[in-house]
Design a protein around this ligand. Structure first.
Ligand code: NAI
Ligand code: NA
Length: 396
């Protein structure tokens, strides 16, 4: 079949498997071109199929020769559609890693589910042995707790006064004036249940109980803080409260791991990037498109793979992590450079529906979003048939 992009608002309803393979290969090529790095050798990645989790996996495997076990929530091809980009990322990652002589296992399922956790632990015991690093990179809107029947949904709202601002609608290629309401305390609790540190804590405790963490094991979780400009929607938003919980969990886990295996836990504060998850955060999109323009202009632009390579190559993750006074590893150093943020703060208020394509890197933003789903990539023949029988035979 011939696969075309289908956008509904900010949601991609299709993906191009061959494009996904090419985008993954570009990440692998980037890491190989940068050169070998020292990384942990046996790594569990929760949220391994896209965004930061996938980029970390590529840096670990193709930079450091790591064996990786990935957990993600993705959809394979069926009568309903071609499946999700993350599905193909998993399949092609495994192929490439195995071709390089590395172990690369995947479990597709809900990382919050005790059944999935049990299966992963059994697999690790059978095939991997003790793990040197656990990466927590889940981005989701929902967490179900089967034992109690509870189901939590995260919301993207503010905790202060309602915020108004422009947001990018990718389908319409237009700005939309949006208003972000104040969350109720229940909504804040729910968002924290989903995107805070509880899931991370459960995994680390389960792995410790199964004696699956090696001496000196490290665990990191991706996080974001962002500048003053986005604070009303991010830092002081429901997601920011959840991240605060995640950071508190890091300190707690750090003590637990120190005692149990001489290990370490810390949050990695990354830069804002276009991923499947981030395009949903209202108002952030305009900031992000402007950030991309300014960082490209001053030569500090990075994508997930550049960030994740730097995480291991220069920030000491897995070795001696470079942490700030709050025990956070900062990959947002270039984003938060004061001169850059001053420039952004000047331009941001002048952006409107007529000039946003010129004042921001809207084209780059749209490209990055399309590329997440395997579209808009040079060298892929989008008029060619994709053999869905061949695609259905791929294994994550
Ligand atoms: P993403 O959407 O690209 O990746 C999310 C991953 O989680 C995917 O592998 C997905 O399959 C998996 N996942 C979602 N629900 C799951 C479930 N129930 N069970 C198992 N796997 C599940 O998102 P992204 O942006 O890479 O986010 C990862 C982390 O990075 C998040 O904590 C996010 O807050 C953080 N981050 C993101 C930034 C951004 O600008 N995108 C900036 C800084 C941090
Ligand atoms: Na991820």
């Amino acid at each position: 079949m011939i696969i075309t992009p289908q956008l509904a608002g900010n949601v991609a309803r299709s993906c191009h498997p061959i494009g996904c393979q090419q985008a993954l290969q570009a990440q692998i090529d980037y890491v190989r071109a940068q050169g070998a790095i020292t990384t942990p050798k046996r790594v569990l990645i929760l949220g391994a199929s896209s965004g930061f989790g996938l980029a970390a996996r590529v840096a670990l495997a193709f930079g450091g020769g790591a064996d990786t076990y990935g957990v993600s929530f993705e959809r394979g091809p069926s009568e309903k559609g071609v499946g999700s980009a993350g599905w193909y990322n998993n399949c092609y990652f495994r192929q490439a890693a195995e071709a390089a002589g590395l172990k690369a296992a995947n479990t597709i399922g809900d990382a919050f589910s005790p059944k999935v956790q049990e299966k992963v632990i059994a697999d690790l015991q059978a095939d991997f042995g003790q793990i040197d690093m656990v990466i927590y990179s889940l981005a989701t809107g929902r967490r179900d707790i089967p034992a109690t029947g509870e189901s939590f949904r995260s919301v993207l709202k503010t905790t202060g006064a309602p915020v108004e601002g422009n947001t990018i609608n990718l389908e319409a290629q237009a700005l939309e004036w949006t208003s972000i309401p104040t969350a109720t305390s229940e909504e804040i609790t729910h968002t924290t249940k989903v995107m805070g540190g509880e899931g991370w804590q459960e995994w680390i405790e389960a792995l410790l109980a199964a004696d699956l963490l090696a001496p000196g094991a490290q665990t990191l979780a991706f996080s974001y803080l962002g500048p003053e400009l986005s604070a009303p929607v991010y830092r002081f938003g429901t997601i920011g409260v959840a991240k605060e919980h995640l950071h508190a969990t890091a300190n707690h886990l750090n003590e637990q791991l120190q005692q149990a295996v001489g290990g370490t836990a810390y949050p990695v504060v990354a830069k804002a990037l276009v991923t499947k998850a981030s395009v949903f955060i209202p108002v952030m999109s305009v900031y992000l498109a402007l950030l991309m323009k300014q960082m490209k202009a001053n030569g500090t632009h990075e994508g997930c793979i550049e960030q994740c390579y730097r995480l291991f190559a220069t920030k000491g993750a897995g070795q001696q992590p470079v942490l700030d006074e709050d025990r956070q590893l900062r990959l947002d150093d270039y984003e938060l450079a004061p001169s850059l943020q001053a420039e952004i703060a000047k331009i941001y208020p002048t952006i409107n529906g007529d000039n946003f394509k010129a004042l921001t890197d809207f084209d780059g933003y749209l490209h990055d979003f399309m590329a997440l789903n395997g579209f808009d990539l040079a060298g892929v023949d989008y008029s060619a048939e994709v053999d869905m029988t061949e695609m259905a035979a791929l294994k994550p």
